[in-house]
Design a protein. Structure first.
Length: 112
C-alpha cells in the first residue's frame, strides 16, 4: 500500500464514488464528474485514477451481475475503503484549516 497523498482528480473520483454509492462504476463516475465540474473527462482517465486509488488501498471493487442490457458484460463497482474515508477526511480537514487561516482582506481586490 502506498502513501495517502492524493491528487485533485483522485480526490474527485473518491468523492464521486461516495456520492454514487452503491452504483459507482467507471462510466457513472466519469459522467458524474463531468456533470459536477464541467470538465471533459475520458473513461481511460477515470480508470487510471481508479487503479491508482486501488493500489493505495483507498478503494476496492466487486463485480456486478451480468445483464442482457450490456450483452452479458459485468460492471465493476467501486467502494471507498475505511482507509479511503480516513484519507478524504484528513484532506478535508487540511483544506478547512487553511481556509480558516485566510483573512477576509486577502480576498478584497484593490483596483486603485
Amino acid at each position: 500500500m502506498k502513501g495517502t497523498n492524493i491528487g485533485e482528480f483522485e480526490e474527485l473520483v473518491l468523492l464521486t464514488i461516495g456520492a454514487l454509492h452503491p452504483q459507482a462504476y467507471g462510466v457513472s463516475i466519469k459522467n458524474e464528474i463531468a456533470a459536477f465540474t464541467g470538465r471533459s473527462v475520458t473513461l481511460s482517465t477515470v480508470h487510471s485514477a481508479l487503479n491508482r486509488l486501488e493500489n493505495k488501498g483507498l478503494v476496492t471493487n466487486h463485480m456486478g451481475e451480468a445483464t442482457g442490457k450490456r450483452g452479458g458484460k459485468r460492471k465493476k463497482y467501486f467502494i471507498i475503503t475505511s482507509f479511503g474515508v480516513k484519507t478524504l477526511t484528513e484532506a478535508r480537514a487540511q483544506r478547512e484549516a487553511i481556509w480558516n487561516l485566510i483573512p477576509d482582506a486577502a480576498f478584497k481586490v484593490n483596483l486603485t
